[in-house]
Design a protein around this ligand. Structure first.
Ligand SMILES: [Zn+2]
Ligand SMILES: [Zn+2]
Length: 451
């Protein structure tokens, strides 16, 4: 299905909404685009939505989502994962490659891409594996995945680190030819054998095997140097330590093409939560210290860390609600990400709403090449399938309406995700997603799925 076939015919008039938290205005959405902005607009026959008190942001873009299909449909499917994404205000998600089978061929990435189009709640952009079967021994068909209908631009073995320096160099060299990006899960494997929790006071107190910050930082430093050497592009997944922020700040100061993401959970939670031995707090990379959280927030605020990415990692109950040592690593995050960023970054005065739009839509769309700036050779027009565009006339009508004055306790039973492993359950968080529009069509209205 093409973007134009999905374009809604219904015209919407959104009254009195504040784009990126700025002055209130009306928006008219028609034929998949924002056709007009201004005050006192009229649109005969249009559906009217009163946006008084609401903020409008460009539809959020996630660079890091685990949709689990194919292979672990008991934990999540493309349908339930994209429903969760829409409820969280996302209009595009990048689906990580560690499915069963692994997304390491053109066939598998095209299958995932098509499932996303069929679900219709949110665009699904597959991430391709760097190595065959995520086994870290030989490069996957990067070029074939890039040339496929899924037009893969980000490659990652996420869940595993491309630890072999020669292989990492070859991957960076290979994707340079077509402007691709290698997204690294930075985890030195030998330094993290059996690791369970951030190495520090808490891991010692709880008797859990430590996961040292240096295991992340050593790989990031190496990869920044490799990227500079090759002249290619590196994206660092889920930065979790203060030292990592420093290394990335240094690499950027050199002008190297390094970008980075931080998860909502690493912006709000610390390793002290593990004192309960509740595996809902078990995640890779692990929750770190309050000093790391402060450095991550400062890095996101000053732009060293480009964007927020959820690392939404749904797990079936039997894999997660078990003993800490055997429980799976990972947390869900799509439905709470914007609210957590609101609490960690906006309520603390570190970001305003225009900057939230930048860190959760504009920059991730640019890194994933969903914003249209890299289109041309592929022959794609400036279509309504683009994301991360400003909320001005002519832009695709991909947007979220958010009530910043709302507040409620997170109830995972109300989530669309098939899994329930959210560390924010029971937490009182600000804000509520009221509506999400994908190409002018409401996929979420009144905070609920619209169809
Ligand atoms: Zn990862
Ligand atoms: Zn991940």
């Amino acid at each position: 299905m093409t973007a134009s076939q999905q374009t809604a015919s219904q015209t919407w008039l959104i009254r009195n909404v504040r784009p990126a938290g700025g002055p209130a205005t009306d928006l008219i959405l028609s034929e998949g685009r924002i056709t007009e902005t201004g005050s006192g607009l009229t649109a005969p026959g249009a559906q009217v939505l009163d946006g008084t008190g609401l903020i409008a942001l460009p539809g959020l873009v996630d660079l890091h989502t685990h949709l689990r299909e194919p292979g672990r449909e008991d934990a999540e499917t493309v349908l339930t994962g994209t429903q969760a994404a829409a409820l969280g205000g996302y209009t595009a998600v990048h689906a990580m490659a560690n499915t069963e089978p692994v997304a390491d061929t053109a066939g598998v990435v095209e299958q995932i891409w098509r499932l996303g189009r069929q679900a219709g709640y949110c665009d699904v952009q597959p991430v391709g594996a760097v190595t065959v079967g995520l086994e870290g021994s030989r490069l996957a068909e990067l070029g074939a995945m890039a040339d496929s209908a899924a037009r893969v631009r980000i490659f990652s073995d996420d869940g595993r680190c491309v630890s072999d320096a020669v292989l990492m160099r070859r991957a960076l060299e290979y994707v340079k030819a077509f402007g691709g990006v290698i997204a690294q899960h930075a985890q030195e494997p030998r330094l993290t054998e059996g690791a369970q929790l951030n190495e520090g006071e808490m891991s010692g107190l709880l008797g859990l095997a430590g996961w040292p910050a240096v295991a992340e930082e050593a790989i990031i430093a190496r990869d920044c140097l490799l990227t500079a050497h090759v002249g290619s592009a590196l994206h660092v997944c889920h930065v979790s330590t203060a030292g990592s922020v420093e290394i990335i700040r240094w690499a950027k100061s050199k002008g190297w093409r390094v970008t980075a993401e931080v998860t909502p959970h690493h912006l709000l939670l610390t390793d002290e939560l593990a004192a309960s031995y509740d595996p809902v707090y078990k995640v890779n990379p692990p929750l770190r210290t309050a000093a790391d959280v402060a450095a991550l927030r400062a890095g996101l605020a000053d732009g060293t860390i480009d964007c927020v990415a959820t690392d939404h990692a749904p797990h079936a109950v039997e894999d997660k609600e078990t003993e800490w040592h055997v429980a799976a690593f990972g947390m869900t995050g799509l439905e709470t990400a914007l609210r957590v960023v609101h609490a960690a970054m906006v309520e603390t005065g570190l970001l305003d709403w225009a900057q939230v739009a930048d860190r959760m839509s504009v920059r991730p769309a640019a890194i994933g090449q969903l914003d249209g700036t890299a289109i041309g050779a592929a022959g794609q027009s400036l279509s309504a399938a683009l994301h991360g565009r400003p909320l001005t006339a002519g832009s695709p009508a991909n947007l979220v309406l958010y009530d910043p004055a709302a507040r409620s306790v997170v109830d995972p039973a109300q989530h669309a995700s098939r899994s329930r492993n959210t560390p924010f359950a029971g937490m009182d968080l600000p804000g509520q997603v009221i509506a999400t529009f994908l190409r002018g069509e409401p996929v979420v209205l009144d905070g609920k799925l619209a169809r």
